[in-house]
Design a protein around this ligand. Structure first.
Ligand SMILES: O=C(O)COP(=O)(O)O
Ligand SMILES: [Mg+2]
Length: 230
């Protein structure tokens, strides 16, 4: 139970991978294609699931290190990764149950909405469009739009600025400790989904105001019961 009343949500900022779309299949397919071309061992799905969420550069570097490849292969791997990702983006991905309904409900509230991901912005915009989710967002920002990525608060602070709201009145909905750390440091309210990728850790180890099994189960102030609050 939390004695502090939850702030009203003046804006919603929502993560992409692991929150709106299950993109693990895309990451596994793209890494498989790149590592196959480079003659490197392939990594399994569980490894990729633990490693996504901190941007493509981090994923490639960590995967190269994991298979014992030379770090000097990074530049080639990054170029091949982008080429394959462009081809496969969204092909092995699915929108999570409850996302469409949840976004429709939030959109109907008439408050500004942004998608904020560590994925490169071009891939993020293309994926949202391919999955029919682009129309819900006033702004979409990716990992290469700002100087630093989540868990740094900068992307959230800049997104709030772009939406014209203060961080203290914005709600960040994500799937990982990365999202929560950025939200906490920016001063946003944190909501976490239980079904995404939290670096191999149980999501409820990460402090949040609400944990959701589906996006359409988000409870807004006025609807919140004490037990729904962390
Ligand atoms: O690491 C990525 O590429 C994407 O991560 P995010 O959408 O969960 O921020
Ligand atoms: Mg995520």
């Amino acid at each position: 139970m939390n004695a502090q009343p939850l702030p009203q949500a003046a804006a919603f900022i929502i993560d992409l991978d692991g929150t709106l779309v299950d993109t693990l299949g895309d990451f596994v397919a793209v890494l498989g294609a790149v590592f196959g071309e480079l003659g490197l061992p392939l990594v399994d799905r569980a490894f990729v699931e633990r490693t996504v969420g901190k941007g493509s550069e981090h994923l490639i570097r960590t995967t190269l290190a994991h298979v014992g490849a030379e770090a000097a292969l990074y530049d080639t791997a990054w170029l091949r990764y982008q080429a394959h990702y462009r081809q496969m983006n969204g092909q092995f991905s699915a929108v999570y149950p409850g996302v469409l309904e949840g976004l429709q409900r939030l959109r109907a509230l008439g408050r500004p909405m942004a998608c904020l991901t560590n994925k490169p912005a071009a891939f993020a915009r293309e994926l949202l469009q391919r999955k029919g989710l682009d129309g819900f967002f006033d702004r979409v920002f990716g990992g290469d739009d700002f100087e630093r990525k989540k868990p740094d608060p900068l992307p959230l602070i800049k997104t709030c600025e772009a939406l014209g709201v203060s961080p203290a009145s914005a709600w960040m909905i994500g799937d990982s400790a990365n999202d929560a750390a950025a939200a906490r440091a920016a001063g946003c309210t944190t909501v976490l989904v239980r079904y995404g990728y939290n670096h191999g850790e149980a999501i409820e180890t990460v402090p949040a105001s609400q944990y959701l099994d589906r996006l359409d189960q988000l409870q807004l102030p006025g609807e919140l019961s004490d037990c729904a609050r962390a």
